[in-house]
Design a protein around this ligand. Structure first.
Ligand SMILES: Cc1cc2nc3c(=O)[nH]c(=O)nc-3n(C[C@H](O)[C@H](O)[C@H](O)COP(=O)(O)OP(=O)(O)OC[C@H]3O[C@@H](n4cnc5c(N)ncnc54)[C@H](O)[C@@H]3O)c2cc1C
Length: 466
């Protein structure tokens, strides 16, 4: 006996329609009660529990078109799952249909033309592995298990921000199935509006099946971190605010972070990524190593792939997580004092609180050039609460919120759409910033009934109530 599938009005979808849909697919259609379903339902954040009625594991564009048509014709809630790394678990929905793209694993690198096209089930670790085979890379997220698709469609910040801008700045084409079930291959010259919207507007406009990126030569890099006892936090932050003035693009990104426990000891760390000649980088970064008496220093030359996976152990799948985030213009006394006060009493040793500096090529793109609007040189703060057991959720979420309440007055008001948690609907407009109105007009054109609403949602002007 299969479980009931209901549409947004609670009306049951007849079993024969579901069986016809299943037959039309090349990939499996999963339903509750099987290990395959439970595996497909697994996402990075264990704090989010959702149970789709159906999960379509698509094998290509034909499956995606069938899934979109089935969801639309039957008025189902629909979610799109790329890498499953979204903090609020937006890859899944409760009831309805999840369009799971994790089987779309192809990466084709053109080393001569310096482009790469990848399926939207690819993770950054997989993408980097293929492009680095040719000594090439595009800006990508710094956890290798994150999906390329959710990250790029929301903007995408990474170690290469300073050199090559965001992931969406590196995007030169996308294949997408829109709400009416039609296929579009878009780029700067074809359906420019839709292409613009995909570079920061998230999953609002359709199901993206592949992404085409520019790729750049990237060889050995300088990475790792220098760490101090927690009582050095103020001094380390003050130092870094001075250090980042006149930073060359080759320091692709640099951040200060409190890691609640490293081998049992909380630390404040500075972690840079340097992409120029190694000896020049060592000279440039030496003042960091000379600050106070570091307890830990593993700054060293490494491969780009090693840098791109070096943070993985800190953010494994399956823990409970809750984030608050926002942009900060400068590490002022107010910001530093608040940061220091709240990082003294982190309730979980798995939590991490970071401020990362974005500059260089990132800031040379105009705010309306892509849908991703945040282009000021400055800091991105992420208060990352992370804990092991659901019984500790209340304590940890309260700590993140209290920290945020105190520091919010010193932030610029903007937030990166991919660093939002569940329940932040009131911040969605701010996340899209000055580009919101144009995004609404793209939404009106490509998804006027808001079929794709399980995301940081851009509501069409005449959005139906459901
Ligand atoms: C530990 C951690 C580290 C992170 N580090 C970074 C970082 O370094 N840089 C950065 O920029 N971000 C980072 N992020 C945020 C990351 O960008 C988002 O979590 C992103 O949504 C993950 O993409 P995904 O495909 O894995 O997500 P999913 O959970 O699969 O999808 C999230 C949403 O993206 C949309 N989506 C995904 N795929 C498609 C598609 N093919 N077509 C249409 N819509 C789609 C959908 O709306 C979906 O609901 C980090 C997140 C975490 C939890």
């Amino acid at each position: 006996m299969e479980t009931r599938v209901a549409n947004l009005d609670g009306r049951t979808i007849v079993e024969t329609a579901i069986q016809d849909f299943k037959t039309a697919l090349r990939g499996p259609l999963l339903r509750p009660g099987t290990p395959e379903y439970e595996d497909a339902r697994r996402i990075w954040n264990a704090n989010i529990e959702k149970h789709p009625a159906l999960i379509a594991k698509c094998t290509g564009i034909a499956d995606i078109v069938h899934a979109v048509n089935f969801a639309r014709d039957n008025d189902l809630l629909v979610s799109i799952k790329g890498g499953g790394h979204s903090i609020p678990g937006l890859g899944l929905c409760d009831g309805g249909l999840t369009i799971d793209l994790s089987n779309l694993k192809g990466v084709r690198v053109d080393p001569t033309g310096k482009t790469a096209r990848a399926g939207t089930g690819v993770t950054w670790g997989e993408y980097d592995h293929e492009t680095q085979f040719y000594g090439l890379a595009s800006t990508g997220g710094e956890i290798s298990t994150t999906g390329i698709s959710g990250l790029t469609l929301g903007g995408g910040n990474g170690w290469l921000n300073g050199m090559f801008g965001t992931s969406c700045d590196n995007l030169i084409g996308a294949d997408v199935v829109t709400a009416d079930g039609t296929f579009h291959s878009v780029n700067q010259d074809q359906e420019e509006d839709l292409f613009w919207g995909l570079r920061g507007g998230g999953g609002n406009f359709g199901v993206v099946s592949s992404l085409k990126y520019k790729i750049h030569p990237v060889g050995k890099v300088l990475g790792g971190f220098v760490g101090w006892h927690l009582h050095m936090t103020k001094e380390v932050m003050e130092f870094l605010e001075g250090f980042v003035q006149d930073l060359p693009d080759e320091v692709g990104k640099i951040g200060v972070e409190v890691i609640a426990s490293r081998e049992g000891v909380p630390m404040v760390i500075i972690r840079p990524g340097y992409f120029g000649p190694i000896d020049e980088g060592q000279k440039l970064l030496a003042p960091i190593q000379k600050l106070g008496q570091p307890r830990y220093d593993n700054l060293r030359p490494m491969s780009y792939e090693a840098l791109q996976s070096s943070r993985d152990p800190y953010w494994p799948w399956g823990r409970h997580n809750y984030f608050k985030s926002g942009f900060v213009k400068a590490l002022t006394d107010d910001v530093i004092e608040t940061f220091v006060a709240h990082t003294r009493n982190v309730p979980s040793q798995h939590s991490q609180i970071a401020v990362e500096y974005y500059h260089g090529a990132y800031s040379r793109v105009k705010p309306d050039e892509t849908a991703y609007p945040h282009r000021l040189t400055g800091w991105n703060l992420a208060i990352g609460g992370s804990w092991l057991d659901a019984s500790e959720s209340e304590k940890n979420i309260s700590w993140v919120r209290a920290f945020w309440d105190d520091i919010e007055p010193f932030t610029s008001g903007g937030v990166y759409v991919n660093f939002m948690s569940a329940g932040e609907d009131d911040r969605v407009k701010v996340a899209y910033g000055r580009n919101y109105d144009r995004l609404v007009s793209v939404k009106n054109r490509y998804d006027p009934t808001n079929l794709f609403k399980v995301n940081e949602n851009i509501k069409p002007s005449d959005s139906p109530k459901k």
